[in-house]
Design a protein around this ligand. Sequence first.
Ligand code: NAD
Length: 487
Amino acid sequence: MPAADTPPFPRQLFIDGAWVDAADGQTFATTNPATEEVIAAVAQAGTEDVDRAVAAARRAFEEGPWPKMSASERGRIVWKIGQILMDRADEVARLETLDNGKPIFESRQIDIPSAADVFFYYAGFATKVHGETFPVSPRSFNYTLREPVGVVAAIVPWNFPLLLASWKVAPALATGCTVVLKPSSNTPLTALLLAEIAAQAGVPPGVLNVLPGPGGVVGDALAIHPAVNKIAFTGETRTGIQIMQKAAATMKKVTLELGGKSPNVILADADLEAAARGAYMGIFYGKGEVCAAGSRLLVEDSIHDPFMEKLIAITRKMQPGDPLDPKTKLGAIVSRKQQDSVMSYVESGKREGARLVAGGETAKVGGKGYFVLPTIFDDVANSMTIAREEIFGPVLATIRFKDEEAALATANDTPYGLAAAIWTKDVKRAHRIARALKAGTVWINTYNQYSAAAAFGGYKMSGLGRELGPHAIDSYTQIKSVWVDLG
Ligand code: NAD
């Protein structure tokens, strides 16, 4: 059970502005991965609940005040969601940490303030979504209206539960869409709290509905539902493909933020101290459960040994701890299943001949929890399973290269294209390589930087469309071309 000082939090479905049980009365347990204890029984939505929630969202879109109210008023409500998130940040962060196992310093200092920031950013956009006029002919006037797409199904994973929900909910609400949000079954709690906060901020009934439940049932029903206009999905590439196929039958707009196997390239002329910290944070931040994690470390031959020495020394100091302790930097893996999956990759690395130089074991804190020690493999070939597949845990695959050309070839030799980083003091070289990397985000002499203002999304199998920044507005709006006869 959560510690006694955890304030009460919602556990039911949120449909049409009301807390309700699942139509069939089902619940499921959500567990604290650091203690292996059940936090709460949460209502488990089924297809009947999907119908109820989509009908509410449809009604709110067609008949409710949300898309019709002044953009300024809507923007103020979206801003207020961010404000309440900040006012209640301690409580929200604690719930995120209990449910996900991530260190409280991450939830409190990064996830929750960043989520609030996404609401602040898109609140400002509400009044800046507009059409244009076009010089079509002397006898006609043509202009565009930029209108909300309608009902959005937002389907999110468990690694940044509230933050990734905010990436979808904030631009959807700002543009006047209505939303059905489906959190991961591993981490349903902060999505429900977001519904409470949105209602507190003045979001009308039906505009934001939240349905915890299994992806194969609730996510699937949303993907095929004829009254849903858009799917905004973050999760595995495999799931994204299924969703895109299902959504095709009703021509839904689809944005997909999928997996990655991002290369972090350390050139010999880099600041090696900074690069070692960047390589360390690039893979071990968030327990490596980060879509853009720098999970393939590419190191130039000539600096390989001194660089790896530095990296291994910092890594060995990183010990798992109680996620609620503000000093903890390495939390618990989200679930037993995910811990097993990470460890199966560690075994595959050993089996395929990579050299284990740090970690490689599970751990417990106070005798409990699904922890994995920060793990580094060296002498990895880019063809090995640990260099090809997304592990989604604290496991780094180190690959040597001999020159820039070889580094680029290896960096791009992956089905994914979510992110990449380069470490070098040579400015020309940095920009040249940034252009040649096939990835949606490139970091130069840094890693894991994000902002509500900066576009994020994948090349190749890492996704479709962009979230954040002004670009997201396109995915939540559609253009109507209006002709007027002036003849
Ligand atoms: P997942 O694909 O298993 O699940 C994501 C969401 O989809 C969950 O809510 C799940 O219940 C739902 N879902 C599962 N099957 C479904 C189906 N058939 N139809 C509809 N919905 C379904 O992913 P996960 O394990 O929760 O998350 C980890 C994955 O997410 C990793 O691959 C990671 O790279 C990716 N990710 C990507 C980004 C990004 O921005 N690109 C960010 C974070 C995580």
